[in-house]
Write a protein that binds this ligand. Structure first.
Ligand SMILES: [Zn+2]
Length: 60
């Protein structure tokens, strides 16, 4: 079994984990339909990426 050389204090542990919080996702408006869209992702509502139709929206 691995034995730690020195015990990390609660303060040191919590200070290290102070930077572990999740950042909010960046959302931008679609250039085609202006709906919120994640950057570097195909638009979920119209299927456009880089001002071009890449994913055809299926008819339901
Ligand atoms: Zn769109």
């Amino acid at each position: 079994m691995a034995v730690p050389r020195s015990r990390v204090s609660n303060q040191r542990k919590n200070s290290r984990r102070a930077h572990h919080a999740k950042k909010p996702k960046m959302a931008t408006a679609c250039s085609n339909c202006a709906s919120p869209r994640l950057s570097h992702r195909v638009c979920p509502s119209c299927g456009y990426y880089n001002n071009r139709l890449v994913v055809k929206k299926e008819e339901t």
